[in-house]
Design a protein around this ligand. Structure first.
Ligand code: ADP
Ligand code: MN
Length: 517
C-alpha cells in the first residue's frame, strides 16, 4: 500500500469528506487534528474562560443586557431602517417569485415545450428558503437590480463624425457621465433615480456630491464597526431576524426584549410570549429563544456528540453544515421533551424553527434565574440542591435514557427554590460510544461542586457514577475507574457492531412535531 493509501486508511475522518468541504469558499477545513483531551472538548468552564479571554481582548466594553426591546410587534428594531427594508424586501421578493412560479406552471401546463421565467426571479438563490443546498456568493446570475448604464463617450474622447462630433467635454455628455459615475458611490448612498433617468449633472454638483458620498461612506463604516461589536448584531443574521420577526408577526411572541447570553454556539434572547391563535398550545408568559449560531467554527469540536449518536448517525454524513446546526436545535428540543415527560425541572419547548428554539423562560420579569455557580445558597438549600441534582441525574439516565454530557454549575439554574437543568443539545444516550465517559465527567463536576460547597453527604465522583448508572465499578482510583468505563464502552460498541444498530426512532418520545418548513 502506498503512503497515501495508508494515510487515508489511518484517518477515516480526513477522507474525501462531504461535498461542502471541497466547495467551501474558504477552502477545505484543516483536517490535521489538534490533539486535545476529551475533558478539554467537553469543558464548558474551559470554553467560557477561553471565550471571556477572547471577548475581553476584542470587546473591552461589556455590552449591557437587554437594552430596550430588540424586536416588537410595532417596530422591529427601528434603529435599523435598512434592516427593516431588507426584511420586507426579502418577503416581497419571495412572494413575487412564488407568483412567478405559479404563472409559469399555468402557462406551461402539460406542454412539451415550456417557457421559464427564471430570469425574472427576484430572490437571490442564497436567500431563498426553498433552496436547501448552499449556494455561494459567486453565483453570477442576472442581477435584477442592476440599472442599465446610460451610454457615455468611448475612451478615444469623442463620438460622431464631421460636424456632428461631440467630445467628452460636451456639457450634455459630461452631465450624463457624471450621473453614471454616481454608481460608484457606496450602495447606501441615496442617489435617487438619476442613474436610470437621463439626468445631466454639472461638474460642480457632481464634485460636491462625491465629497459628501465619501464622508458618508467613512461615517457608515465607523457605525458599522460599532454595530458589529454590539451583542445583538453579532448574534443574528438577517435570515434569523426575519425568522424572529415572523414569530412576533404570527402572534407567537409579543416582544423580544433583548439578549440574555451570547455563547460560542448560541445566543439566547428573552421574549414575552404572545397569544397565538393558530397554535393550540399555551405560550408561556416569558420565553427564552436559543439561536444556534450558523457560523460553524465552534461546532466542529462537537461533531463527536452527534456523529456517534445513532439517532443521528445516518443523517449526519449527508448533511450540509447549515442542516447540522439545525440538528443541534432539534436535538435540544427532543432532549428537553424527554426531560419534561419525566418531570425534571427544565425549560418547556414552545417551538422549533430551523436553528431557533423557543422555550419557556426560567426566571422572572426578564431576569434569568442565576446559575448555580453564581448563587450563594445557605447550607440547607445547598443540601437540598445536591439531593435534587442526584435525583435528576438518575431520572435523566433511567427514565430519559440520557446523559447530560455538559452538566456542571454552569448549566444548572436556581429558580423557585430548586435546580433546573438547561443546555441539553449535546446530551446523548448512555449507549453512545462515549456516553459513560461523558457521564463520569458530569459526575466529577457535580461531586466537586457540592463537596466544595460544603455538602458533607455528597458522594464522590465514582460513587455518584455508580449511583446514577446502576453499574458497580469497584476501582478505587480515578485512572482504573476510567479504564473500566472505557472497557465497558468498547464492549457495548462491539455488541452494536455484531448485533446491528439499535432502532433509531424518536417516535416513542412523544416529541412535539417539528414546525419547520
Ligand atoms: P450555551 O451554554 O450553549 O451558550 P445555554 O443553553 O447554556 O447555551 O444558554 C446560555 C445561557 O442562557 C444560560 O447559561 C442561561 O443563563 C441562559 N438561558 C438559557 N436558556 C434559558 C431559559 N430557558 N431560561 C432562562 N435562561 C436561559
Ligand atoms: Mn450552557
Amino acid at each position: 500500500m502506498d503512503s497515501v493509501g495508508v494515510a487515508a486508511a489511518a484517518a477515516p475522518d480526513a477522507g474525501p469528506g462531504p461535498a461542502w468541504q471541497s466547495k467551501c469558499p474558504w477552502g477545505a477545513p484543516n483536517t490535521t487534528s489538534i490533539s486535545c483531551s476529551l475533558a478539554d472538548v467537553m469543558s464548558e468552564q474551559l470554553a467560557k474562560e477561553l471565550q471571556l479571554e477572547e471577548e475581553n481582548a476584542a470587546f473591552p466594553e461589556v455590552v449591557a443586557v437587554a437594552e430596550g426591546p430588540f424586536i416588537t410587534g410595532e417596530n422591529i428594531d427601528t434603529s435599523s431602517d435598512l434592516m427593516l427594508a431588507q426584511m420586507l424586501q426579502m418577503e416581497f421578493d419571495r412572494e413575487y417569485d412564488a407568483q412567478l412560479r405559479r404563472e409559469e406552471k399555468k402557462i406551461n401546463g402539460d406542454s412539451k415545450v415550456s417557457i421559464s421565467f427564471e430570469n425574472y426571479r427576484k430572490v437571490h438563490p442564497y436567500d431563498s428558503d426553498s433552496s436547501e443546498d448552499e449556494v455561494d456568493w459567486q453565483d453570477t446570475r442576472h442581477d435584477p437590480y442592476r440599472a442599465d448604464k446610460p451610454t457615455t463617450t468611448p475612451r478615444r474622447g469623442f463620438i460622431g463624425k464631421g460636424k456632428d462630433i461631440t467630445t467628452k467635454h460636451d456639457e450634455v455628455v459630461c452631465g450624463r457621465k457624471n450621473t453614471a459615475r454616481m454608481e460608484n458611490f457606496a450602495p447606501e448612498f441615496q442617489v435617487g433615480d438619476g442613474i436610470g433617468m437621463d439626468l445631466k449633472l454639472s461638474n460642480q454638483v457632481f464634485n460636491a456630491l462625491k465629497q459628501h458620498a465619501y464622508s458618508e461612506e467613512r461615517r457608515s463604516a465607523r457605525l458599522h464597526e460599532k454595530k458589529e461589536h454590539s451583542t445583538a448584531e453579532k448574534a443574528v443574521d438577517p435570515k434569523t431576524r426575519l425568522l424572529l420577526y415572523k414569530m412576533v408577526n404570527a402572534g407567537m411572541l409579543e416582544t423580544i426584549t433583548g439578549c440574555i447570553s451570547t455563547g460560542k454556539e448560541s445566543v439566547v434572547f428573552h421574549a414575552y410570549g404572545g397569544k397565538s391563535a393558530t397554535e393550540d398550545k399555551v405560550i408561556p408568559p416569558e420565553c427564552a429563544i436559543k439561536v444556534f449560531k450558523t457560523t460553524l467554527n465552534e461546532f466542529k469540536n462537537r461533531d463527536k456528540y452527534i456523529k456517534d449518536d445513532y439517532r443521528f448517525k445516518d443523517r449526519f454524513s449527508k448533511l450540509n453544515p447549515r442542516k447540522i446546526i439545525r440538528m443541534w436545535a432539534e436535538k435540544e428540543m427532543h432532549n428537553l421533551t424527554r426531560m419534561q415527560n419525566a418531570g425534571i425541572p427544565c425549560p418547556q419547548v414552545v417551538i422549533l424553527k430551523k436553528h431557533v428554539l423557543v422555550m419557556s423562560f426560567i426566571g422572572k420579569d426578564q431576569i434569568p434565574a442565576p446559575k448555580l455557580k453564581d448563587v450563594t445558597l445557605g447550607s440547607e438549600d445547598m443540601k437540598k440542591a445536591y439531593y435534587q441534582t442526584l435525583n435528576m441525574m438518575q431520572q435523566l439516565y433511567r427514565e430519559c435514557n440520557l446523559v447530560h454530557a455538559d452538566l456542571s454549575e454552569y448549566n444548572m439554574l436556581w429558580h423557585d427554590g430548586k435546580v433546573w437543568l438547561i443546555d441539553v443539545s449535546q446530551s446523548v444516550e448512555p449507549t453512545h460510544p462515549h456516553g459513560l465517559e461523558f457521564l463520569f465527567r458530569d459526575c466529577r463536576n457535580v461531586a466537586q461542586f457540592f463537596q466544595k460547597g460544603g455538602v458533607a453527604e455528597a458522594l464522590n465522583e465514582r460513587e455518584l457514577f455508580n449511583a446514577v448508572s446502576g453499574l458497580n465499578i469497584t476501582a478505587d482510583n480515578e485512572v482504573d475507574f476510567q479504564a473500566e468505563i472505557e472497557a465497558l464502552e468498547k464492549m457495548n460498541e462491539d455488541h452494536v457492531q455484531n448485533h446491528g444498530k439499535k432502532l433509531s426512532t424518536f417516535s416513542s418520545d412523544g416529541d412535539p412535531p417539528i414546525y419547520d418548513e
